[in-house]
Design a protein around this ligand. Structure first.
Ligand code: PLP
Length: 352
């Protein structure tokens, strides 16, 4: 399929690198393609960025049949680097399957990202820790009330130049261990990147922020005992010399940063386990001084060190509230590979 390009006649003023925050500015163009039952995905095109027209009865607005992705493009001199984009598009199809959305051609979707980013290459910021955030997403567009899979969809890609997720630098965050609300349960949609999971999380996040915390740590939805994720990130604990992250059990999102961290630790012969880990295990490790580090992983923040947990009014301080050695190493190594400063021996980056 050829991508038809229609360029804008009124390009926007680009922001300065030092005024970038997360997710507020969008570039001049966007990618769209349509799906119609019987015809498949068709009419891939790049058009000027702007509002889309939807029927008020569009199914996505009522039943939430939608999925999304998030990845980044980094500038390395004249080159632009994508980080593991095929993984994101493979995950689109995992999410699509769960949401009854027809599959996309994963390679073509990466080509669409490349074509759009290439057209917008001047929008990829230059300063350290900045990047171009890429948001592919799919929405159900049938004008129809009544629950069933839509027969029509739109796949779109929008781009946003972003600054560092934490403008003050890698600062350990305070985490509230959530006892009341749950994010997902096995058999539900927790492993899919779909808006409903976020809608379910907002109330807990707001209450945690009101209490002075940055994020929520989610426990499993059945026993409220085993650790799942932190906010919208996967989570890792360093206990003695073992690095532990919850196994992918059907309610956890399989993060690409999570996978990259696991690969990187393995390549350095650091013991890393994907297994069930209970909040009690973390608490007793902390009490006996064996909990060395804890951190979240995700595309937006990359590595987010955790300095403190609150569990039923009890405070668990991690590494004196300071950034751990491993968290630092992982942050420097992953962002180094992403931006092309360090050798990419895993073959993760794709040049545009
Ligand atoms: C996107 C996401 C992550 C992180 O995935 P990455 O591929 O590393 O960005 C983790 N948890 C949830 C719930 C997510 O939606």
């Amino acid at each position: 399929m050829d991508i038809k390009i229609t360029k804008t006649t009124s390009p926007k003023q680009k922001p300065n690198d030092d005024e970038l925050v997360f997710g507020t500015i969008f570039t001049d163009h966007m990618f769209i393609m349509d799906y119609t039952e019987g015809r498949g995905w068709h009419d891939p095109r790049i058009v000027p960025y702007g509002p889309v027209t939807l029927d008020p009865s569009a199914m996505v607005l009522h039943y939430g049949q939608a999925i999304f992705e998030g990845l980044k493009a980094y500038r390395n001199g004249d080159d632009i680097l994508l980080f593991r984009p095929y993984k994101n598009m493979a995950r689109v199809n995992i999410s699509n399957d769960r949401l009854c959305i027809p599959p996309i051609d994963e390679s073509f979707a990466v080509e669409a990202v490349k074509a759009l980013v290439n057209l917008e290459r001047d929008w990829v910021p230059k300063a350290k820790n900045t990047s171009l955030y890429i948001r592919p997403f799919i929405i159900a567009t049938d004008p129809h009330l009544g629950v069933r899979p839509s027969h029509t969809y739109k796949f779109m890609i929008i781009l946003s130049p972003v600054g560092p997720y934490y403008p003050e630098g890698l600062d350990p965050v305070k985490i509230y261990i959530e006892n009341n609300y749950v994010r997902a349960v096995k058999g539900g949609i927790g492993f899919a990147k779909t808006p409903g999971n976020y809608a379910a999380s907002i109330k807990a996040q707001m209450e945690a922020m009101d209490k002075g915390f940055t994020q929520v740590l989610w426990l499993d939805g059945v026993e409220r005992k085993y650790i799942e994720e932190v906010g919208t990130m996967n989570v890792f604990f360093v206990i003695d010399d073992e690095v532990i992250t919850p196994e992918l059990n059907g309610s956890i999102l399989a993060g690409i940063t999570r996978d990259s961290v696991i690969e990187m630790l393995k390549s350095r012969n650091i013991k890393v386990s994907e297994r069930r880990i209970s909040i009690d295990e973390v608490c007793s490790a902390a009490e006996s001084g064996r909990l060395k580090e804890a951190f979240g992983t995700g595309t937006a923040a990359v590595i987010s060190p955790i300095g403190e947990f609150i569990w039923n009014d009890q405070s668990i301080i991690v590494n004196n509230g300071e950034i751990g050695e491993l968290s630092n190493m992982l942050y420097d190594t992953i962002t180094g590979i992403q931006s092309g400063i360090l050798e990419d021996k895993f073959n993760w980056t794709v040049k545009i």
